[in-house]
Design a protein around this ligand. Structure first.
Ligand SMILES: [Zn+2]
Length: 501
């Protein structure tokens, strides 16, 4: 940090004969320092260590402009914003210059005039790195004036200037990002004419505005994002601009549920202040992630637009809120989400994917419900592989039913289910600690019931709650005529049980 340097003279003495660095060199130099010291390169970016980050590092070392190609919710914007950390903390600039001119080598006429007039007495200002990152979401209505700039005829007339003089220019976003990073999201949405303007600034250092050529020798690192299909579609990006993009880097969704959980843990707002405290069971985190994995593989969902990681992030927030609501109403000291709460997260799920025709026929809500059910089934199968669920299933097959919902208190769930032989010991398999609180036990019980429902071993209806499965019921129908056995099975905590098969 060089904040003691306040004038051009002091800056000149400090810089000595060292040549000025371009922004790409500056970022490269700082990246090299980080690599040598073993610093974390992109803090908060999870699951990209062996895939995206090495390519990103190579692009920066090569001083390339680059593009991140990926579907929505793959942390593309976050990576680009992370580049700011590779800039120097402060940059000396000519105070008041809209394009952050280097006091030692100004490119705009106004600054050159000031340097000539004030020489070493010219004050120097220090620009923090956060002010050197400009981001723009490309849309078809973005104009050359927005991106590059426009000529201001009134300014020209007042100053008696030629219209081709850059002093008559009203700067757009790219010149304002001079000596910094300019990020354009969804590049293919930018009109061809604007892409040409952008290319000219980069390649030729000039631009034509309303027929007047204006010189602009800008120093900018240009980075972009795009959906891969849009980017590769013919005619979406003008060839010379594509040619100027040194690296194309593909992003991806988390490869494992483990990575996905880590991302959601970091991003979701679940550490909430105040009472009651929140405890999220591991299986809830897994189910919420699995919804996104299932959605990404579902043929009813449009794969080209993808399923953002924001789905599990916002879903988990709603799951926690639903559990929080229940705990507050029933006066429970601790919030433990249940699988049933995941269904209350539908509002965060239905808007996060686009449906194919088949999905539209089914409707977004039903597609989302199907996804939750199969996510629960997948997580449950993994955790309860080899577990004996027969006594519980048979209890329902014998005509047992349990009616409770997401607002039923933990104590009520435990009381209602206490007569179901084997249910509590199955629930213990999720890893309940000895002396687990009622909300934790109720959540584990709910998971087992929802798991069996997802596996279609038992049924569930709005009116009757958990009931016998549709397939199981007729098969076991004759057994209902054996009252002795029926009683025997239902007996809570009864002695030795007799099972078929
Ligand atoms: Zn200037």
């Amino acid at each position: 940090m060089k904040e003691h340097i306040q004038t051009l003279g002091a800056l000149r003495r400090e810089r000595g004969s060292r040549p000025a660095r371009s922004v790409k060199q500056e970022i490269r130099d700082n990246l090299i320092l980080k690599l040598q010291s073993g610093d974390t390169l992109f803090p908060g970016i999870i699951g990209y260590d062996d895939t995206v980050i090495p390519k990103l590092v190579n692009a920066v070392l090569s001083c390339h402009n680059f593009i991140l190609l990926g579907l929505r919710g793959q942390a593309k914007s976050r990576i680009l914003r992370g580049l700011v950390d590779l800039l120097d903390p402060y940059l000396p600039v000519v105070p008041g210059c809209e394009i952050h001119d280097d006091p030692l080598a100004p490119i705009c006429g106004a600054c050159r005039a000031r340097v000539a007039a004030e020489a070493d007495r010219l004050p120097v200002a220090w620009l923090p790195r956060s002010a050197r990152y400009v981001e723009k979401l490309a849309t078809p209505d973005v104009t050359i004036a927005d991106m590059v700039g426009d000529i201001d005829p009134i300014k020209a007339a007042h100053a008696g200037l030629n219209l081709a003089d850059e002093l008559t220019m009203h700067y757009g976003l790219v010149p304002r990002a001079n000596r910094g990073i300019f990020a354009i999201n969804e590049l293919p949405d930018l009109a061809g004419k604007v892409q040409v303007g952008l290319f000219n600034v980069l390649q030729e250092g000039d631009v034509q505005i309303k027929g007047y050529p204006i010189r602009l020798n800008l120093d900018v690192l240009l980075v972009f994002t795009a959906n891969p299909e849009d980017y590769t579609a013919r005619g979406k990006i003008i060839t010379p601009l594509k040619d100027r993009i040194g690296s194309e880097i593909r992003t991806h969704y988390p490869a494992t549920r483990h990575d996905a959980i880590a991302i959601t843990r970091q991003e979701a707002w679940t550490d909430r202040p105040g009472e009651p405290t929140i405890e999220i069971p591991g299986y809830i985190r897994e189910v919420v992630e699995e919804i996104a994995f299932q959605a990404r593989a579902d043929r009813k969902i449009d794969r080209r637009s993808g399923v953002s990681q924001r789905l599990p992030i916002t879903a988990l927030e709603l799951v926690v809120s639903n559990a929080e609501r229940r705990a507050l109403v029933s006066g429970e000291p601790i919030v433990v989400p249940r699988v049933t709460d995941v269904y209350a997260a539908l509002p965060s799920i239905t808007g996060k994917f686009e449906l194919e025709y088949e999905g539209e026929l089914r409707g977004a809500e039903q597609v989302a419900r199907d996804l939750i059910r199969s996510a629960v089934g997948s997580v449950f199968s993994g955790m309860f592989d080899g577990a004996d669920t027969r006594t519980v299933v048979e209890w329902f097959d014998m005509g047992g039913s349990l009616l409770f919902g997401d607002s039923t208190s933990a104590d009520e769930v435990i009381t209602q289910t206490s007569g179901v032989q084997g249910l509590r010991s199955l629930a213990d398999r999720v890893g309940l600690a000895p002396g687990a609180t009622a909300p934790s036990v109720a959540s584990a019980i709910d998971f087992v019931l929802e798991g069996l429902y997802a596996q279609k071993k038992i049924g569930r209806s709005d009116e009757r709650g958990y009931i016998a499965g549709v397939e199981a019921a007729p098969r076991h129908q004759p057994r209902r005529e054996e009252p002795a056995r029926d009683e025997e099975i239902r007996l809570p905590g009864g002695g030795k049980k007799k099972y078929y098969n």
